[in-house]
Ligand binder design. Structure first.
Ligand code: ZN
Length: 149
């Protein structure tokens, strides 16, 4: 397990230091603010949809390393996906961090995101890891704010 932990830490630190898609999208047709008051994470997600596909997705805001790394990887993962595919990934990711999905045994489309499976051991971190996904989901449903509380 220690190798996995090393990889996990390396990826989290890399994305925290150099978050991907860390910018605004002026032409976004959906955006939402997500707050995790427990930790102080506050993210805004921008989504530009075109023909039911995520043409572009980005985020701004501040938060702990896990929330930022998760948001960074979320944007990389859902870009180019349909709304339905993005919602399915949100559901899978959410169940994985809650420990309700066995990411190795159950078929899923999480790929690299499996790196976050370890947070299920740390209940306080589950909200950090899933904040960007909750916020994306809210944005896609036309909601402008979401709080993990
Ligand atoms: Zn956090």
């Amino acid at each position: 397990m220690s190798e996995l932990n090393d990889l996990y830490q390396e990826v989290i630190l890399d994305h925290n230091k150099n978050p991907r898609n860390f910018r605004e999208i002026p032409s976004a047709n959906y955006k939402a603010d997500g707050n995790n008051p427990l930790c102080g994470d506050a993210l805004r997600i921008y989504v530009e949809m075109e023909d039911d596909k995520v043409k572009d997705v980005a985020f701004k805001g501040s938060g702990c390393a896990i929330s930022k790394a998760s948001a960074s990887m979320m944007t990389q993962t859902v870009k180019g996906k349909t709304k339905e595919e993005a919602e399915k990934m949100f559901d899978e990711f959410h169940r994985m961090v809650l420990g309700e999905l066995d990411e190795e045994a159950e078929e899923n489309s999480l790929g690299k995101l499996k790196i976050f499976a370890g947070v299920k051991e740390f209940p306080a971190r589950v909200k950090c890891a899933s904040l960007s996904w909750h916020t994306l989901n809210a944005a896609l449903h036309g909601e402008e704010e979401v709080s993990t509380e």
